[in-house]
Design a protein around this ligand. Sequence first.
Ligand SMILES: [Mg+2]
Length: 290
Amino acid sequence: MKNETSSGAKMRTPDKLYEGYVFDLDGTIYLGDELLPGARRMVEKLREHGKRVVFLSNNPTKGLKDYVEKLTRLGLPTPEEDIVNTVVTATEYLLRNHPGATVYPISEQPLKDALSEAGIRMSENPEEIDIVIASYDRGFEYRKLQIAFDAIWFHGRAWLMTTNPDRYCPFPGGRGEPDAAAIVGAIEGCTGGKCRVNVGKPDPVMLETIKGMLGLDAKDCVMTGDRLYTEIRMAKGAGMPSAVVLTGETKAEDLENESPDNLPDYVLDRIDKLIPEDIWSESGWKEDDG
Ligand SMILES: [Mg+2]
C-alpha cells in the first residue's frame, strides 16, 4: 500500500503479517502518558493472530513492573516476559560475560535492585570495583564521580560500561532531561578513558536479548521505532525488516535527507499501518478511530 501524507512524504506499509513484532515504546506506542492513535487495536489484532509482540526501552530508571503497570493502565495489559529494557540487558550482559565482577552502578534504584536480585556484587570502594556502570541517574553527584575516577584512573583496575547511549530523554512538548551519555561524558572527561560497552539500542547486546525472547528468525520479524539511529540501525545490523513511525522523533522531512542505507523498509504515519490493508478492510477499520 502506498500513499502520501499532507507533507508529501512517501508512506510504505507492509502487505503481509510477520511472525514477530518488536516495538520501541516512547514515541511509538505511547507519548508521555497517552497511547498513540491505533496502538491499542494494532497490538490486540497482532495477538489475535497469534503473533509474538515484544516491547523495548532504553530507559534504565524503570523496572519491568513499572512498564507492566503503565501499559496495563493505558489499556494494553502485557506480561513482564514481553518487555525488555536496559535494566534487563545490563544484568544479563554481566551474568553472561563477567559473572564474578564487582560493579559500581551510577544509577537509580531499579538497576541496583535487579543487580542485587541477580546476585551481582556491588561496591562503592574504588579498590575493589571492576566495572563502573554509567546510567541515567537523576541523583548523580560529585561523590559518585570521584568513586568512578578513583576506580578507573587512580587504581587503574575498573573499566566503564553504560546502560544506554542516549544523550537526553525526550519529554512531550519538546523538553527533555540529561540521560546516561551525560554521566559517561563526565567520567570519560576526567579519566581520559573510553566507555567500552553499551547494552542499549542500537547495540547487539540488546538485539541478542530480544532474539532470545522471540525465538524466531530475524527476517520473520519487524522492528518498529521512531528513531533511525537506534531501532532502525539495530534492525538493519541484524537483517531484521524495520519500520519507522512518524509519531515521535523522526519527521517526514528527515527521511528525504537521509542516505538510503539508513532508511527502513516501511514508513508509517500511524502505528496501526503495520497491519496490512486486507485486515483493515475485513476489520472495518477507519483512520479516524482506534
Ligand atoms: Mg522512541
